[in-house]
Design a binder for this molecule. Sequence first.
Ligand SMILES: [Zn+2]
Ligand SMILES: [Zn+2]
Ligand SMILES: [Zn+2]
Length: 141
Amino acid sequence: MSQIKSLLKDYDLRHTECREEILDIFMSKSHALAHGDVETQLPARFDRVTVYRTLKTFVEKGLIHKVLDDEGGTKYALCKDNCHGHDHQHHHDHVHFKCNDCGLTTCLENVSIPALTLPQGYKRLETNLLVQGICDKCGVS
Ligand SMILES: [Zn+2]
Ligand SMILES: [Zn+2]
Ligand SMILES: [Zn+2]
């Protein structure tokens, strides 16, 4: 738990019980989590709005990032060190992979999204690329 406390501190976040619990959930999972997944793993005393606000704060601070899922839902994944590029900007230009078998979405941090050229007048803010298939755990059987 002390690791979580120092992480919150690093990101300039005041320590709250809800933040600590949510961060703990993200750190114990290697795949992306939807709002509902987080909620079901939390003690019932935290309401929907608190959970929603905490996730939003974590995204704004760069602790977690959004992962678009195929069913139109948004999931969240913990940011890793390589979110911070040499340009000191925070970016998530890596591919996300959704396994059709186990249904889990994971960050492929070492697979970057190819550069895209947009028509004139379009400004890119973020890019999401979701690859669907069978993950390494489900493929080995
Ligand atoms: Zn990040
Ligand atoms: Zn799988
Ligand atoms: Zn990711």
